[in-house]
Ligand binder design. Structure first.
Ligand SMILES: N[C@@H](CCC(=O)N[C@@H](CS)C(=O)NCC(=O)O)C(=O)O
Length: 207
């Protein structure tokens, strides 16, 4: 049985779980990651020396990194159905999956830890404002893209890019602060939220 190690409050774990749900693949999940279960223990480090979730375990096969896991599940269990289209469309979808992780995702950490998790050391209003400003800048990129791309991030079909981008947008809409308007992103987010496999992963409890 396919097993995913990781807590559902992690956006990277939710990318994997939504991918599994979209393809209807049976799996088990074990809570790992702080504050639920410390991954810095030998048994977990033997699976992922980075001490991070998610990790996929399938008999003797172990895979870490959410994007690698999404790609593996799509290929091994989904016949590639979540990367549809020609080579250009597939590459563009992966471009946006990486963009969500590397660009969008490098600005939401401070607001999340300050506003939602209220972690010690994340209470500087100037730093919060700076991070919201830089995150808003990245949001402007996806807003402009979605305003002209049609119903999906790439082409005319749902792909892994829609999973990654919708979860990134969820984080934006679910964290309360004075948001700059993003009408195209909001309309797209609302449409994606209607997908049956999306619902569990777009909860207000897990921004
Ligand atoms: N590049 C990695 C990043 C994974 C990552 O940053 N995971 C975070 C949660 S989103 C984590 O494991 N943090 C430590 C913890 O939860 O204990 C991936 O995409 O899987």
């Amino acid at each position: 049985m396919l097993k995913i190690l990781g807590r559902v409050t992690s956006i990277n774990v939710r990318k994997v779980l939504w991918t599994l749900g979209e393809l209807g693949i049976a799996h088990e999940r074990e809570d790992w990651g702080m504050p639920l279960r410390d991954p810095k223990v030998p048994a977990f480090l033997a699976l992922n020396p980075n001490a991070q979730v998610p990790v996929l375990v399938e008999d003797g096969f172990v895979l870490w990194d959410s994007i690698a896991i999404m790609g593996y599940i799509n290929q091994a269990y989904g016949k590639g159905r979540l990367l549809p289209g020609n080579a250009h469309e597939q590459a563009l979808a992966m471009q946006w999956v990486h963009w969500q992780n590397n660009e969008m995702g490098s600005h939401w950490g401070y607001p999340l830890r300050s506003i939602i998790r209220k972690e010690a050391g994340f209470d500087d209003p100037d730093k919060l404002a700076q991070n919201i400003a830089s995150w808003t800048g990245k949001m402007g990129i996806i807003e402009a893209h979605l305003a002209k791309s049609g119903g999906y991030v790439v082409g005319s079909s749902f792909s892994l890019a829609d999973i990654a981008i919708t979860l990134g947008l969820h984080r934006w809409f679910a964290i309360p602060f004075d948001h700059a308007p993003m009408p195209a992103a909001e309309a797209y987010y609302q449409a994606m939220a209607q997908r049956p496999a999306a619902k569990a992963w777009l909860s207000a409890d897990a921004p």
